[in-house]
Design a protein around this ligand. Sequence first.
Ligand SMILES: *[C@@H]1O[C@H](CO)[C@@H](O)[C@H](O)[C@H]1NC(C)=O
Ligand SMILES: *[C@@H]1O[C@H](CO)[C@@H](O)[C@H](O)[C@H]1NC(C)=O
Ligand SMILES: *[C@@H]1O[C@H](CO)[C@@H](O)[C@H](O)[C@H]1NC(C)=O
Ligand SMILES: *[C@@H]1O[C@H](CO)[C@@H](O)[C@H](O)[C@H]1NC(C)=O
Length: 473
Amino acid sequence: MATAISFVLCGLLVSFHLILCSKNEGFAFGGGQTFHTVQVSSLLPSSVCSPSTKDRNKSGSLKVVHRHGPCSQLNQDRANAPTLTQILSDDQSRVNSIQHRLGFNEAQNYFHGSQATLPDRSSSTIGSPNYIVTIGLGSPKRDLSLIFDTGSGITWTQCLPCKKCYKQQEPTYDPSASNSYRNITCKAPQCSQLTSATGISPGCATTTCVYGIQYGDSSSSVGFLGFEKLTLTPKDVFPNFIFGCGISNRGLFSGSAGLLGLDNDPFSVVSQTASKYGKYFSYCLPSQSSSTGTLTFGKGGTTSKNIKFTPSPVNPKNPQFYFVDINGIIVGGKKLPISKSVFKTPGTIIDSGTVITRLQPEAYAALRKSFREALKDYNMTNGTSILDTCYDFTNYDTVQIPKISFLFAGGVEVPLDLAGILIGSSLSQVCLAFAGNSKASSVGIFGNVQQQTLDVVHDVDGGKIGFGTAGCS
Ligand SMILES: *[C@@H]1O[C@H](CO)[C@@H](O)[C@H](O)[C@H]1NC(C)=O
Ligand SMILES: *[C@@H]1O[C@H](CO)[C@@H](O)[C@H](O)[C@H]1NC(C)=O
Ligand SMILES: *[C@@H]1O[C@H](CO)[C@@H](O)[C@H](O)[C@H]1NC(C)=O
Ligand SMILES: *[C@@H]1O[C@H](CO)[C@@H](O)[C@H](O)[C@H]1NC(C)=O
């Protein structure tokens, strides 16, 4: 079957890819075609929400939507949705901040708690991260749509009375309207733990612990540390959840009510629900802005049987991040000539909040070279922001895009969805959705564009991460 398809494809592509096709015969990875044949019209985002039909109606399962897609309740302000250029620029700001946290001792106080040192960009539109889940907070329970972020720890929501809040879709959470909210005092051990979790020493307002957290150079949240009842699903309720009641918030979050932190620091949802779920969660990010994915806590979230696990031991220097080992990249059925040490020396993290995957410079150069070679018959256009390999597809009905797989340690091959390969704002500029780090010593980041439609399983205590295909369909 696979051979037949491959044969037909090669037959159709004689003028373009004959050499590549014939070369691949006999050793195509993943056993099949080495190209995606893409209807160009399908590259345009849909305006209709078509939710996932997959039954994952299990305890602890939440719906994940793209913030600016038609399935998002936050999408009513479409005119203000950010442009690709803005998303990419905000993404770079996030990546800079992650590199900073990884490169320096985590406890180093690079943000001095003074809001005056932050550039004022409260009016800037949202960029990354861009997936949303809705949780319940307080008694009576209020539904809040939060950004889903495996690259950060503390969960916070905007709180009344706001000193400075950005616009959000849902009514702002009011601690005085909840009979389960309690301030955490400055003397409480949870307050002193903040320094190592956020990199910022806590403050004190009368006797209440004040947290501050900064993301990139343009986003931050400051407010009171509190206990509150967290309701993930009717069966999954956590009475003493520690969160940030943010009274001064700015940056890339607008529309959402705040952020759901899923990294491995002590304040994250993952750590705070460990007694019930054992630091085990899985998710699938939907491929198009028109469909939905899921976030599931505990085992039993993934229904695909094809999950393969790669080691992800806790990194002692940066225990809050989820590391993976990339061993190689396959493009159009052919493994790129990249030495394992290129990936291994700085390492790679997986992050749901970074948009575009960042590769080590040598790895990106090899990927770009191979991709450009495969698309040499299409017209290239100028790049945009961090993307330097873009094409004009306006004159085509279909295009041929080489398949791309990532090889992770433990012999795990993960084929990317087509959505994980291309990104663009119009058919006249469709780009390879990867970028290179500027330094060989910078950590790689496996971002959310590449994770689309994959089942991603975090078994934190088990020290491994699983990948499966067709996760949201
Ligand atoms: C999920 O569970 C709810 C409540 O038990 C039920 O009403 C709903 O139909 C279920 N959905 C699916 C897709 O099974
Ligand atoms: C929490 O502490 C702040 C600052 O001291 C105070 O303004 C607020 O009223 C307190 N909230 C509750 C519910 O005690
Ligand atoms: C590619 O670019 C050339 C030169 O600008 C133009 O003449 C040609 O029509 C383009 N081809 C396609 C398929 O867009
Ligand atoms: C591409 O960049 C060049 C140089 O900056 C500029 O002159 C040209 O107009 C750009 N082309 C397009 C299609 O934007």
